[in-house]
Structure formats: structure tokens, C-alpha cells
Ligand binder design. Structure first.
Ligand SMILES: Nc1ncnc2c1ncn2[C@@H]1O[C@H](COP(=O)(O)OP(=O)(O)OP(=O)(O)O)[C@@H](O)[C@H]1O
Ligand SMILES: [Mg+2]
Length: 276
């Protein structure tokens, strides 16, 4: 079997495709998502891992517990008290709900966190408290689960330099996992069908188009972070990087393809209803 030198050892790695899904918190609130997601995981075959977010769940619990927190350039400033809540929500409720739901839908899912077996390590951003970035990935646990036929469901909570929990954006964690595992496909599943420009969802996005749309505020909030991570994934060699919604799983609009280079076609667009 021929393998690239840096490629982690896994059976059939040269033939079986690796696909990473990132499922956003808002998308997870849709009770109709799990069945088509499980079908898609089955259809893809190969090696599949899922990362998940959970921003809105965190927001609700922080609010209920009256723990203050604010956003700074798309990242949540995270005090130690807020970090307890972030970890409780992401590695607890959200992770177990997604893994449990997939299991009930026939997928052999195992819920783990980025802190397990040193899977995700990050560098703290001191000005933001317990926020981490620049994720490095030690993928052995994922490889071990794949070898035994399991589908890892990963919370993005990561370990800092002294083993402390760090709050890492799930879009960034998904990019790190996809790059480290030489994924061919990275699908960001959100609560929108793709990247919107006006009342259209675009089919493709080149780096220059993405930068311009972020700069003029058309792409904002969580989507700006997602598009940046998607661009980085495409540049780092993930062949198919897509930002999509549930429609992709149910035969509708397949999402916005994010390209490493300007595409053959500029900014193709379809209506929000999807392709004709
Ligand atoms: N141009 C745009 N196209 C589509 N969505 C956009 C755009 N600009 C801003 N958004 C917002 O980005 C949101 C998606 O990002 P958000 O971070 O909220 O979700 P997520 O990443 O899927 O979930 P989580 O952050 O929990 O992982 C959309 O719901 C939408 O409100
Ligand atoms: Mg987000």
C-alpha cells in the first residue's frame, strides 16, 4: 500500500475517502436533521468524523446562570466560569445528543471531546481568557475508532499548554481535523443553505470574492469565520469544501463550494429555493 510519508497510518487509507462534517449548533436544533445526516454518512462510506458547534446552547445557559460574556471579532470572550459552561454544553449535552441521535439512526457513533487522548491542542489567546486558536491535531484516537468501525463525533473543546480546557471555534477545529487527516471533503452544515449574497445563495466562492464580501459586510458574524476557515481548508488541499444546509442532505441545493483559486465560473448563483 502506498502512503504519503506524513499520512497517519490507517487501513486502506490510500483508497477510502475521508470526509469531515462540521454541524453547527443552530442546525442541530432542527429535529429533522439527524435522519438525513445519518443517511448521508452511510452514503459517503469511507472514513467519516463529525465536529459540532453549539454557540446558541452556550448562550442560553450563560444567560440562565447570569455569567457575562461578549463577542470580540467573532470569538466569545471566555472567563474560567464561562469555560465551565462551554465545556458542559459542548462536550456534555450537545456532543451526547448528536452522537446518541446518530446511534439511534443506525450510525456507530462515539462522542468524544478534543481533550480526549490529546486530540486537539490549541494556543490560548490571552486577551480573550480561555479561548484557543491555532489548533494542532494528534489524530490517533480518531484513527483507532475508524479502525474499529466507529464514527467519531467530536466536541471542539481543546487542551491548552497545561492541560486546561480551551474554547475553540468548531469551524476552526473542523479545519484542523480535516487537514490533519488528509480529508477529501469538508462539509460545514449550518442553518442556512450556503453563503448568501442578497437574496441568492451562491454556488461557488473564490478567495477574492470571499474577501470582498467579508470586507463589505455581506458575509458577517459566524459566517465570516466559517468562510475564512473554509478558504484555509481549500488552500491546504481539501479537495471539496462546502458550506451547506439541510437541503444538501435531502437532495436540494448542495451548498456553496469554497475554492482555493478563482473558479472556472465566477460567483454562480441560484435562488434560495435551490436549483431548478
Ligand atoms: N452572507 C451570509 N450568508 C449566510 N449566512 C450568513 C451570512 N452572513 C451572516 N450569516 C449568518 O451566519 C450564520 C451561521 O453562522 P453561525 O456561527 O451562527 O452558525 P454555525 O457555525 O452553523 O453554528 P455554531 O457556531 O454553533 O457552530 C447564519 O445563521 C447567518 O445568520
Ligand atoms: Mg459558528
Amino acid at each position: 500500500m502506498s502512503r504519503g510519508k506524513a499520512k497517519p497510518s490507517m487501513p486502506g487509507a490510500s483508497r477510502l475517502p475521508v470526509s469531515i462534517y462540521k454541524v453547527g449548533g443552530p442546525a442541530l436544533e432542527d429535529p429533522e436533521l439527524l435522519a438525513p445526516l445519518a443517511d448521508d454518512v452511510r452514503r459517503l462510506g469511507g472514513y467519516v468524523a463529525l465536529l459540532h458547534g453549539g454557540g446558541r446552547h452556550i448562550e442560553r445557559l450563560l444567560h440562565a446562570l447570569a455569567i457575562p460574556s461578549r463577542f470580540v471579532e467573532g470569538r466569545r470572550e471566555t472567563s474560567p466560569e464561562a469555560m465551565d459552561v462551554v465545556e458542559m454544553v459542548l462536550s456534555g449535552g450537545t456532543n451526547k445528543a448528536l452522537a446518541g441521535g446518530l446511534l439511534a439512526a443506525g450510525i456507530n457513533a462515539v462522542g468524544i471531546s478534543g481533550r480526549d487522548a490529546g486530540l486537539l491542542r490549541a494556543r490560548p489567546i490571552p486577551a480573550l481568557g480561555r479561548v484557543g486558536s491555532e489548533v494542532s491535531v494528534q489524530p490517533e484516537l480518531v484513527l483507532a475508532l475508524w479502525r474499529e468501525g466507529f464514527v467519531p463525533v467530536i466536541s471542539p473543546v481543546s487542551s491548552g499548554p497545561v492541560g486546561e480546557a480551551l474554547n475553540v471555534n468548531a469551524d476552526e477545529a473542523a479545519l484542523g481535523v480535516a487537514a490533519a487527516l488528509f480529508a477529501e471533503r469538508l462539509v460545514y452544515l449550518s442553518d442556512v443553505d450556503g453563503v448568501r449574497v442578497g437574496d441568492q445563495v451562491v454556488e461557488r466562492l473564490s478567495p477574492a470574492e470571499a474577501e470582498a464580501l467579508i470586507a463589505d459586510g455581506t458575509i458577517a458574524g459566524g459566517m465570516a469565520m466559517k468562510v475564512r476557515m473554509a478558504l484555509d481548508a481549500a488552500r491546504r488541499g481539501v479537495a471539496e469544501v462546502v458550506i451547506a444546509g439541510k437541503a444538501r442532505l435531502t437532495g436540494g441545493f448542495p451548498g456553496t463550494r469554497v475554492l482555493a483559486q478563482p473558479g472556472a465560473r465566477a460567483l454562480g448563483a441560484v435562488g434560495l429555493e435551490g436549483r431548478a
